[in-house]
Design a protein around this ligand. Sequence first.
Ligand SMILES: [Zn+2]
Length: 232
Amino acid sequence: MGITIAQEMVVTPHPDDAEYGVAGTVARWIGEGKDVVYVVCTNGDKGTSNANMQPEALARIREEEQTAAARSLGVREVIFLRHPDQGLEDTPEFRKELVRFIRIYKPETVATADPYRRYVWHRDHRITGQVTLDAVFPYARDHLSYPGLVKEGLHPHMVREILLWGSEDVNYRIDITKTFNLKLNALRCHKSQVGHIPPQELEEWLRERHREMAKGEDFQLAEAFHRVEIWQ
Ligand SMILES: [Zn+2]
């Protein structure tokens, strides 16, 4: 195995959520010389309103779109876990998968969906967020949580901070004014999801969304998170 350390990890429920949630920040990180890895939990095979689209074909398309989006941002690696869309569960197996990748890449920051958004929130988002939080703490941290992983050479790792997108309790905003266009281009790679929206309309909608998130800051466009610092 070569060098596998990445400073930042994004755990995304579906192909495209990372682009909506954190791509402007990802572009910033990469601009600062950091390595970023994506973990994509589900295959996104329910994400269509086209009744003629077959799930297998959609999963393939969405994987290609996610790969293109990540490549456009300069993400180093994209890992596809390929759980069924709308079928993600909080299982020991899923948790262990995330622990494994946290221990392989040793990220300082992990970004994912906030599981504590109330009422209407995609079940896969809720479960991804919750299992990611559990994987970070305490499971990735403790020697005895997965003795088998330690035997494979995957030793405990302490993530420094967690950024949760889609949060109702925002306490942290990152300036994406300079990386907004990279985010927009990455989002546009998800043609099966946004291809029907006129380009100008998508840009204006996205710009307004991130202007709104930057309210009260001295910069124009932001991505907003609930940030949890685990250690300083
Ligand atoms: Zn999603």
